[in-house]
Design a protein around this ligand. Structure first.
Ligand code: LAN
Length: 729
């Protein structure tokens, strides 16, 4: 950040940004609801001391001690767990930043701004600091996610965030970002969601936004394109977005937004023909270009439907029904909402419909806190309201992979707490009006984050119930989740299979892949319907197999049929080169680990299976000099393996697990890999953050910082279990 800034008279290194006092931040975890608090008085600071977890997440020294250098895999896992256990939160779960996407804060900050929600100064400071820390060094822009190349979406929207939070337009970093934005053609070249939010803010005219007609919600259920058939995240975003679009809500012009009108475009605002820019988009943002089908529909909507056919009565009916569906989403989640995109939109919709003083607005404002996270770089917005159930389930399973750990007094309190957490987070009731609001059954399920958020996820249910079953069948652990409740979880898993044999994320697939023709988001691929995923399918298979072992009489025929069809699916989607494409982690290393685990669960291994040998070869061919593996997020975008310049501890652990599941006959590649991972472990037992681990929608990356503890621990434990806890060199 030291170079001379074009057009600027100061260098970036001369800027002194405001800071907050990091000794005053605290993470509060109330039954999994995580919120950060900035303490104002010394008295508060005294009464609420900073925990080790707080310090760690904030990037402050934790004071955790150096440990005896580990000589064996289990000793290394022990050290890692010594460190990681210090990060467990009082209710029993683990937490972490869940950042990566750079399009979430803009929705939140614009929603705050236009609903006149007071923004605490500490937040404003922290958010700006985060965005400046994450500004791309080469060109001063922002991308779709923290490792992505600068785009109009990232740059225009985060520029706006900084300005709304008080950044000066002449700050050299803003000057640079603006220069890049202009180079890319200005904000008119942003994707649909950018145009939507900028119109809400009153910086664009609504004519620039392709139609988001709430009328679609009036379509009968049998219609193949009816929104209830879409992937849950798309219909959850479409719902409030269509309501707000229909109302054409626009923030009244003020000096700041007036100035943004000058800053974001390459020509004077009043000379822009906004309607002519509906389809303008920079090539950098156009990951999934709109199809001719969608373009035709949009044309008809704009030129025929809206001006001539869209009657006031119909509009009123559509808005009323959309509003009703939104209220159901709010009621079923206590205003937490599915995710951080629809959340801020709901806040705004409630503000429009019920006014600034409504309870719904107040509760949504509170709920926005659940998405925020503070780290050394500043404050960011998480991809969900946390990773509670997911990381806790995996943490338990990782410890269970280490021989002797679960029965060791050293780890029993930690594991018992974790079990208590999962017990508390299992969803106990179906949604109110489940059929009316198109929700999948959820009684007995676990979601990704918390019970309050309350969305069934196939693999989250599976990983959680596996962790619960593993612990509850270990001597010394209480039975907190009854057999009946475990049956309920299994019942849910058994609803998740598609006719293909594969499983999707939140629901079985409800619509045709052809719906992708209507993908209007431009920046994401494969988002319109649920697809089959080897990761989700494997989780279901392994949960069912473990269940069958422990409960050999419950729905056995259903389980057998499910597993058989699931495996046929997993075999079918293996690529000729032996790999599987991963959709939720980067990328082939992630999916390969799952697929080989599923095959192993039914006894298909290196010894007896050509396909497993092919899968192993795929990995062995890609092992790096130092023994590790590494692929970049470009693998997800391109569908081809893209080697990382440096091996990655997390991906290396994934491959080790994969090879061990597969029963790969040679030890040496695995030993070499684990030696590398142990070599990167710090004296206090931790590993440092490397490349980003996760992905969604093919193009957006997301961080899973706890994976660097969870998967190495699991791999080291598995090694010790299989080959003995011997020194690796
Ligand atoms: C997640 C996070 C977890 C993830 C796994 C459990 C890992 C996966 O196996 C199933 C799908 C799921 C639950 C998932 C779906 C999409 C999410 C919720 C995310 C990747 C986290 C953020 C993302 C969400 C869509 C972000 C908001 C963006 C929109 C485009 C609406």
């Amino acid at each position: 950040h030291n170079e001379k800034v074009p057009n600027g008279s100061v260098t970036v290194s001369e800027i002194h940004d405001e800071k907050t006092d990091y000794t005053r931040w605290r993470l509060l975890d109330e039954r999994g609801r995580q919120t950060w608090h900035y303490l104002q008085t010394d008295e508060e600071v005294e009464q609420w001391p900073q925990s080790t977890a707080d310090k760690y997440h904030l990037g402050l020294p934790t004071g955790l001690p150096n440990l005896p250098p580990p000589r064996t895999p289990l000793a290394s896992a022990h050290n890692a767990l010594t460190f990681f256990s210090a990060l467990q939160l009082p209710p029993g779960n683990w937490a972490c930043e869940y950042g990566g996407p750079l399009f979430l804060l803009p929705g939140l900050v614009i929603a705050w701004y236009v609903t006149q929600t007071p923004i605490p100064p500490a937040y404003a400071i922290q958010i700006k600091n985060y965005l400046f820390a994450r500004q791309n060094a080469e060109d001063g822009g922002w991308g779709l996610h923290i490792e992505g190349e600068s785009s109009v979406f990232g740059t225009a929207m985060n520029y706006v965030v900084c300005r709304l939070l008080g950044a000066d337009a002449e700050d050299p970093r803003m000057v640079r970002a603006r220069a890049l934005l202009h180079e890319l053609g200005g904000a008119v070249n942003g994707p649909h969601w950018a145009k939507f939010w900028l119109s809400v803010l009153g910086v664009c005219e609504w004519e620039i936004v392709n139609p988001v007609p709430p009328e679609l919600w009036l379509l009968p259920d049998w219609v193949p394109i009816a929104p209830w058939r879409w992937w849950i995240h798309m219909r959850a975003v479409f719902l409030p977005m269509s309501f707000i679009w229909s109302r054409r809500f626009s923030h009244p012009l003020d000096p700041l937004t007036r100035s943004l009108r000058d800053e974001l475009f390459t020509q004077p605002h009043n000379s822009i023909n906004f309607a002519a820019h509906r389809n303008s988009i920079s090539p950098r943002d156009n990951y999934h270009p709109k199809t001719w089908v969608l373009n035709t529909i949009n044309w008809l909507l704009v030129n025929i439907w809206n001006p001539y056919l869209r009657s006031a009565r119909l509009v009123q009916k559509a808005e009323a029904w959309t509003w009703k569906l939104m209220q159901m989403e709010d009621a079923n989640t206590d205003f937490a909402n599915l995710a951080p995109v629809n959340g801020p939109m709901h806040l705004l919709a409630c503000y429009i419909e019920e006014g600034p003083d409504a309870y719904s607005v107040k509760r949504h404002r509170e709920r926005m806190e659940d998405f925020l996270w503070v780290k050394d770089e500043g404050m960011l917005m998480n991809g969900t309201n946390g990773v509670q159930n997911w990381d806790t389930s995996f943490a338990i399973q990782a410890v269970m992979a280490c021989p002797g750990f679960a029965t060791d007094e050293r780890w029993r309190p930690m594991l018992t707490k974790a079990l208590e957490f999962l017990e508390d987070q299992q969803i106990r009731e179906d949604c109110v009006d489940q059929e009316v609001c198109y929700r999948h059954p959820r009684k007995g399920a676990w979601g990704f984050s918390t019970r309050e958020q309350g969305y069934t996820v196939s693999d989250c249910t599976s990983e959680a119930v596996k962790a619960v079953m593993q612990l509850q069948s270990t001597p010394g652990y209480p039975t907190l989740v009854s057999d009946e409740r475990i049956h309920e979880a299994i019942d849910i898993i058994l609803t998740m299979q598609n006719p293909s044999g594969g499983c999707s994320s939140y629901e079985p697939t409800r619509g045709s892949e052809y719906l992708e023709y209507l993908n209007a988001a431009e920046v994401f691929g494969r988002i319109m319907v649920e697809y089959d995923y080897p990761e989700c399918t494997t989780a279901c298979v392994t949960a069912l197999m473990l269940f069958k072992k422990l409960y050999p009489t419950y729905r056995t025929a259903d389980i057998d049929a499910f597993v058989e069809r699931a495996l046929a699916y997993i075999r079918r989607v293996q690529r000729p080169d032996g790999s599987w494409y991963g959709s939720w982690g980067i990328c082939f290393t992630y999916a390969g680990m799952f697929a080989l685990e599923a095959l192993a669960a039914v006894g298909e291994t290196y010894e007896n299976s050509e396909r497993v040998r092919r899968a192993c070869k795929f990995f062995i061919d890609r092992q790096m000099e130092d023994g590790g593996w590494g692929e970049t997020y470009r693998s997800c975008e391109t569908g081809e393996w893209c080697n990382h310049e440096r091996s990655q501890v997390v991906q290396t652990a994934w491959v080790c697990i994969a090879l061990m599941e597969a029963g790969f006959p040679e030890q040496e590649p695995i030993r070499k890999a684990l030696r590398m991972a142990m070599g990167r472990q710090r004296a206090n037992g931790e590993w440092l953050q490397e490349g980003i681990e996760g992905v969604f929608n093919k193009s957006c990356m997301i961080s899973y910082p706890n994976y660097k503890f969870i998967f190495p621990i699991k791999a080291l434990g598995m090694y010790a279990e299989r080959y003995g806890d011997i020194e690796l060199d």
